[in-house]
Write a protein that binds this ligand. Structure first.
Ligand SMILES: [Zn+2]
Length: 294
């Protein structure tokens, strides 16, 4: 087995996959495993209305120590385990090392497992200039949390995969990201990991960043009959497993905010394009028109 890191355009990637799917005399395919990391220039991202921000591969998500205490929880639905969570207090985080006053060389953009955006305090004015609110992080002045609300709705087309029937109470289905093709057997078909842009509809014309209305990876149970009082407070101290079932929204930002962060040398999140729903109902494949670049 040999490994190669190569930089390719989308067209070249397609031909590598086509070539890799050829079987040798021993019945094995030529490529066992391919992972594509797509890098987009700020100019290319300006071609899209929204950009997805996801943690960079080398950046760990900060751990939230006080999620139970920093949110007020209530049942979102009478049938399923979805919670409404309203933040009522500052987050307390474990962030590896306390960053120096100047952040050069440190990832300054962090995303928690619940989609909370945590940024270095150096970047506070930049987010305020883009009309985003800030709240403090407990016990530190080095970091701030950016206040976010829903700005986009993810459409149920690839790579969004619906994994459950709609809940009879709220109508929500469990959704997941499915852009890892199901070609798992390493010696039959190549295992190809390639990010496909979400197809999302804008809910807010004004905000520069925010969440998807959908939470990805919700895993709670759906009862056959009404079991909760919707809107009633939930003491998650007795049901801590509920917190792990809530999934996380996707973080979206306007390309102008991403460009400002790039100019400020802030890093820690990867920016990817988001496809807009086309008028015909089919979505645009942005990769067809944009090349790869750093
Ligand atoms: Zn429900």
């Amino acid at each position: 087995m040999s490994r190669a890191n190569v930089r390719v355009t989308p067209d070249e990637a397609e031909s590598i996959i086509t070539w890799g799917q050829v079987r040798g005399p021993d019945g094995r395919t030529l490529l066992a495993w391919v992972r594509f990391e797509e890098r987009w220039s700020v100019e290319e991202l300006h071609e899209t209305a929204w950009v997805e921000l996801a943690p960079a591969a080398f950046v760990e998500s900060p751990q939230v120590l006080n999620r139970r205490a920093s949110y007020a929880f209530s049942w979102a639905c009478t049938f399923c385990d979805r919670l409404d969570a309203e933040q009522v207090d500052d987050l307390e985080l474990v962030l590896e090392g306390e960053p120096a006053l100047h952040f050069r060389g440190q990832p300054e953009l962090r995303l928690t497992s619940w989609g909370e955006l945590v940024v270095s305090s150096r970047l506070g004015p930049l987010f305020e200039e883009h009309r985003l609110g800030l709240r403090s992080i407990a016990g530190t002045r080095s970091w701030l949390q950016v206040e976010l609300g829903p700005v986009c709705s993810i459409l149920p087309v690839h790579p969004c995969e619906i994994r459950s029937d709609p809940c009879p109470g709220c109508g929500h289905s469990a959704v997941a990201r499915s852009d890892v093709p199901r070609r798992r057997s390493p010696f039959q078909e190549p295992h190809i990991h390639r990010i496909v842009p979400w197809v999302a509809q804008c809910l807010s014309g004004a905000a520069m960043a925010g969440w998807s209305r959908e939470r990805i990876g919700v895993a709670g149970t759906v009862a056959a009959s009404a079991v909760h009082v919707a809107g009633a407070r939930v003491d998650v101290g007795h049901r801590t497993e509920l917190l792990g079932m809530q999934g996380a929204p996707v973080l979206f930002a306007r390309p102008a905010l991403v460009a400002a962060l790039a100019r400020a040398d802030a890093f820690g999140l990867d920016a990817r394009p988001v496809s807009a729903p086309a008028a015909s109902g089919r979505h645009l494949d942005l990769r067809a028109s944009s090349g790869l670049s750093r």
